[in-house]
Design a protein around this ligand. Structure first.
Ligand code: PMP
Length: 426
């Protein structure tokens, strides 16, 4: 058994920051990242065989819990037949059919290999379809790391975006307009001025990358309305919410139909998969039918399709999401009680199997600015206390948490017992 600190030192020699995705480095909470060796059901086991109750679930995909036997069997069966062909396979059609059945706004879908690819391609399609360049996103939402989406707000309400990373050309960022999430008036004001130039709005219908922020009443409807009025494309980025907040996605839950939907995480059941889909009218603009180019060597990979399709089949069981929602509510109600007992200012958000924890005096958190004002020091100490107690939370105050179908009442109770002890030390 090798200690995480040794593994991390070795990794840092060969991998920038020791990790292949920045949040994994524990830069948000300090300390050495935990190295996982294996996972089963609601648990992850580290390199020293310590068990943790897992509320990250690989950042969302593991809605069934880890290593679900039927998913693993599907992967094994597929792998034995060969890993990749670069030619059409039947399972791609079965996957596409399933996605179209489940998501009200998807008539056709194209598979890719990550959420980043899905959103990048959807933006290109929206621009190609409308013949316009400007896109609108919201501060605090994350849509992967393609240039056009790695942009933050410039100063002043209606100024254009500035790159949020070196390497993103200012000229690319200038076409991305960043607004405030849940601010319908801001959206209307922008469209009144520039509506005819805007190709699309891309939005997380429940924000999950500034902790967890549900859409305010009327917000998604306003987006639909302005896009309809100005001929812009509405993109719901359901990489996180798809099949998570409801079997039919956020679009099913809130009954607002986007023109395009981007997917990832659960659709791959833990394998590298993304997808984008929408109305036939728009999707038919994609190559080879139409002029908007998009492609992928490993897109629709059969092993990944096997994991994803089996996952989608299993979560379609009657009552699956109701139970997931109840378990999540039980966790959050219990955490709130324990925090109150310990006299710690704390509040939570929940949509289905997705949740947010906030160390804040405010009872309702609905804006990015409020998330930024939460007590980060307390979060860090809570995170490390829980880790010590064998509970793995997202190592950042700005990420949503996830419950899986494998989290039992006993797991929730054990989590609450740990939280009682940790809240009392804060
Ligand atoms: N969109 C959303 C809403 C996401 O949460 C993420 C990843 N957390 C992405 C896009 C990017 O997906 P990926 O990491 O698979 O590229």
């Amino acid at each position: 058994m090798t200690q995480a600190s040794d593994l991390f030192s070795q990794a840092k020699k060969f991998i920038p920051g020791g990790v292949n995705s920045p949040v994994r480095s524990f830069s948000g909470v300090g300390g050495t990242p935990v190295y996982f060796d294996r996972a089963q059901d609601a648990y992850v086991y580290d390199s020293e065989n310590k068990r943790y109750i897992d509320y990250v679930g690989s950042w969302g995909p593991m809605i069934l819990g880890h290593a679900h036997p039927q998913v693993i069997d599907a992967v094994k069966l597929s792998a034995e037949k060969g890993l990749s062909f670069g030619a059409p396979t039947e399972i791609e059609t079965r996957m596409a059919e399933k996605v179209c059945q489940l998501l009200p706004a998807v008539e056709m879908v194209r598979m890719v290999s990550s959420g980043t690819e899905a959103t990048m391609s959807a933006i290109r399609l929206a621009r190609g379809f409308t013949g316009r360049d400007k896109i609108v996103k919201f501060e605090g939402c994350y849509h992967g790391h393609s240039d056009a989406l790695l942009v933050k707000a410039g100063s002043g309400a209606l100024t254009f975006g500035v790159p949020s990373s070196p390497g993103v050309p200012a000229s690319v960022a200038a076409d991305t307009i960043t607004l405030t999430y849940n601010d319908s008036d801001g959206v209307r004001a922008l469209f009144a001025e520039l509506g005819e130039k805007i190709a699309c709005i891309i939005v997380e219908p429940v924000a999950g990358n500034m902790n967890c922020i549900p859409p305010a009443a009327g917000f998604l409807e306003t987006l639909r309305e302005v896009c309809d009025r100005h001929g812009s494309v509405l993109i719901f980025d359901e990489v996180m919410t798809g099949f998570r907040v409801d079997l039919h996605g956020a679009q099913g839950l809130y009954k607002v139909k986007p023109d395009l939907t981007t997917l990832g995480k659960i659709i791959g059941g833990g394998m590298p998969v993304g997808a984008f889909g929408g109305s036939r009218k728009i999707m038919e603009h994609l190559a080879p039918l139409g002029p908007v180019y998009q492609a992928g060597t490993l897109s629709g990979n059969p092993v990944a399709m096997a994991a994803g399709l089996k996952t989608l089949e299993l979560i379609g069981a009657p009552g699956f999401h109701d139970k997931l929602t109840r378990q999540t509510a039980q966790l959050l109600t219990g955490l709130q009680q324990r925090a109150d007992q310990a006299g710690i200012a704390f509040t939570t958000n929940q949509v289905g199997g997705m949740f947010g924890l906030f160390f804040s005096e405010e009872k309702t958190i609905s804006r990015f600015a409020q998330v930024m004002q939460c007590n980060q020091d307390r979060f860090k100490r809570f995170f490390h206390g829980m880790l010590e107690q064998g509970v793995y939370l997202a190592p950042s105050a700005f990420e949503a948490g996830f419950v899986s179908a494998a989290h039992s009442d006993a797991d929730i109770q054990a989590t609450l017992d740990a939280a009682s002890a940790v809240f009392n030390t804060l």
